[in-house]
Design a binder for this molecule. Sequence first.
Ligand code: P6P
Length: 340
Amino acid sequence: MHLKKNLTHYLVEQQRKHGVVTADVRLLLETVARACKAISHAVSKGALGGVLGSLDSENVQGEVQKKLDVMSNDILLEANEWGGNLAAMASEEMDTLHRIPEHQPKGKNLLLFDPLDGSSNIDVNVSIGTIFSVLQLPEESQSRDVQEADFLQPGVKQVAAGYAVYGPQTMLILTVGAGVVGFTLDRETGSWVLTNPNIRIPEDTAEFAINMSNQRYWEPAISRYIDECLAGKEGPLEKNYNMRWIASMVADVHRILSRGGIFMYPRDQRESVRHGKLRLMYEANPMSFLVEQAGGAAVDGANRILDIQPTGLHQRVGVVLGSKNEVERVQKYHLEAQKD
Ligand code: P6P
């Protein structure tokens, strides 16, 4: 029987051949992948597992928590407390950092995650996902207790990032800084099988993703670009565009990694979205790392997302990412608008 390459095989290769993965990061990624299998199993049960619906609680974002949000968060915390490769974790669902318990061995990695992104789609059976990012504790911090400030590193410092998408297939998309690879969960063997060994985003696209209902709040640069897309063949971009909006970042980004496109959740004039809706540390940064590693681009408007110096664990940011030439056009419009 010919065994297909799996996640462990890939990570051992990256560790041995390319030295881009240390043994403790390899164990961390395998542990996160195992937790995503458990989350996939819980999500797939739906009403049969009594896991749908909301709790009476709100998270630090002031969003009503779904049962599966909290369950997914707990699965990731429990899976990652014993490995000895982490100093602390941070999550969209927790107000502040989660230190590794005293009785467990500590490591020098920091794990950040959105345990179940797109959870407004859970109850209507639309694809959702888990997003994760790995940073390392700064040298000077390794001799003391971890603090929230230790997480506040720009996205270029990530050593790994990825997501699991719970859709018709459950897939794990990962980068350790050596390109982007995709694994499909084989539910019969429980193995993450390498099915996409070299994911690349086409530099051009004719497909944009944005929530059009926010159009009246957009900044001029976004309006200018979308107007040009809607003008189609007769407009300045000289091609007809298609539109998609799943309202599940993992699903929209997965489509873009699979066939190209541009995803936009820009900051806008609403008070609650004046810095953007998506969170920098555990949504925008990991997705931007993946997109750049696949040959795409990711900006907050005028600036590269991975260069942003964070000021808060849950800070929000505008996000425009995907096919390189398209994103650079939007960035150019923002830069031109700054000069006006
Ligand atoms: P809207 C899901 O709640 C999320 O954080 C992202 O996954 C998604 O892209 C966005 O918000 C959808 O936002 O305003 O269109 O519902």
